[in-house]
Design a protein around this ligand. Sequence first.
Ligand SMILES: [Zn+2]
Ligand SMILES: [Zn+2]
Length: 92
Amino acid sequence: MPGISLRTVYMTLADLTDMREIEVLSVDGGAARFDSNTDDHHHVLCCECGNVEDVYVGGVSDLEVVGLDGFTPSTTSIVFHGICRECAASST
Ligand SMILES: [Zn+2]
Ligand SMILES: [Zn+2]
């Protein structure tokens, strides 16, 4: 997100923690996000508004991964980047 400082991002996330019970969750390997869902699940991330929603993905343990030799994953987190319903609706 060009033009938005990291500090602003973290302040926004801090605001979010006030809204519900949360867990810290890393999306995109960088920014900390918060999640109240402790199920084994994955996420969709809206590139327009930054909204993150939970999704459930089947067959994750059977994924064919190149370059994972010698690495033992403990958890797998899948993030689908795109445009959320609200942003898609408001852009038309
Ligand atoms: Zn959106
Ligand atoms: Zn989640």
